[in-house]
Design a protein around this ligand. Structure first.
Ligand SMILES: NC(=O)c1ccc[n+]([C@@H]2O[C@H](COP(=O)([O-])OP(=O)(O)OC[C@H]3O[C@@H](n4cnc5c(N)ncnc54)[C@H](OP(=O)(O)O)[C@@H]3O)[C@@H](O)[C@H]2O)c1
Length: 297
């Protein structure tokens, strides 16, 4: 069985990928940083690799016996070095080591929204490098992740109120981290599906107002919603720039001001090819927030 190298193994996506790979019995080298929270990866039987993705020698040293790479590392504060340059170097070195398949987590809309959004711009450049390389690759373009809703919903549960930034009517094909990890792994194991860019999202697009309605239905409650216009974010952006903070608010603004919707028939085809059924947002909310159909928490 070929080894997997998972970068960003202590991140939201990487951690799930490592756990699912280990559950399926694959040998996994989990790339972590000193001081990160990695004990569960050790307990799951992953081999730890300590390194910094910005260091070329660390990338070379990580490659021994690796057949598959799943690249999920990322840091909002240094997209140039920690996302773009490191992935370009990882692609180059993977080619030299004859890696069988390189999976990269990109995002839906990279072609449309790269301008003024550094992370999206970096993703487009990485996608281009991968498709031009001799490597077998899988580029996953997930829509928005269900997990992004959790702090928002936890606030609703705790306070009964919520600040809704931007246009709450924009719809997205939300997808769960667990399904994204499952799809990523299955694609790397299926050579007939390599060298593809694969959008990943749920079948039914929902707006944040739809989700609030779903929450109302599940909890039988009437939360107070405080809408905040997107122009407010522009103010925050200007303020942070003035304070010289290096946050990627350009990307955040893109995520809050556009719909990210997958083509339904494409998603059905993917699910049939992989023989999986994605979890609906309702099932996800029940699972993570401990809500049941009768509305009790
Ligand atoms: N819809 C979308 O387009 C979409 C949705 C979700 C995710 N994504 C993409 O998926 C990727 C992963 O997202 P995520 O939410 O899992 O990210 P995350 O939770 O922030 O995890 C990032 C990981 O990268 C590691 N890392 C950061 N700097 C590093 C360095 N210098 N050397 C080695 N490792 C380093 C972090 O380690 P520490 O734990 O030590 O900090 C962490 O394990 C991102 O590229 C993200 O943009 C796209």
């Amino acid at each position: 069985m070929g080894w997997y190298l998972v970068t960003g193994a202590t991140g939201q996506i990487g951690r799930r990928v490592v756990h699912q790979l280990r559950q399926q019995g694959f040998p996994v080298r989990a790339w972590v940083r000193l001081g990160a929270n990695y004990q569960d990866l050790v307990d799951a039987g992953a081999e730890l690799y300590f390194g910094n993705v910005t260091q070329r020698e660390d990338i070379w040293a990580a490659m021994g016996h690796v057949s598959y790479i799943i690249s999920t590392h990322y840091h909002a504060k240094d997209i140039l070095n920690i996302h773009l340059k490191s992935n370009l170097h990882l692609i180059e070195v993977a080619g030299k080591f004859g890696v069988e398949c390189f999976a990269y987590i990109s995002g839906l809309g990279v072609e449309q929204y790269a301008q003024n959004a550094p992370l999206i711009e970096a993703k487009l450049a990485i996608e281009t490098a991968l498709t031009k390389s001799s490597l077998n690759y899988i580029i996953l373009r997930p829509t928005l992740l269900n997990h992004y809703l959790l702090p928002w919903l936890e606030q609703l549960q705790k306070t009964g109120s919520l600040i809704l930034t931007g246009d709450g009517n924009l719809r997205h094909s939300w997808v769960s981290l667990d399904d994204l990890a499952k799809i990523t792994i299955q694609l790397t194991q299926n050579p007939a599906l390599w060298r593809q860019i694969v959008p990943v999202g749920g079948l039914t697009p929902l707006s944040r107002w739809d989700i609030i309605d779903l929450y109302r239905k599940l909890t039988q409650s009437q939360p107070m919603i405080i809408p905040v216009p997107l122009a407010f974010l522009d103010g925050v952006r200007w303020g942070l720039q003035w304070l010289n903070q290096d946050e990627d608010l350009g990307t955040l603004k893109i995520l809050l001001s556009h719909e990210f919707i997958c083509n339904e028939s494409e998603q059905k085809r993917l699910q049939n090819q992989l023989n999986i059924q994605l979890e609906s947002l309702e099932q996800f909310l029940q699972r993570y927030l401990g809500l049941d159909h009768s509305g009790k928490e």
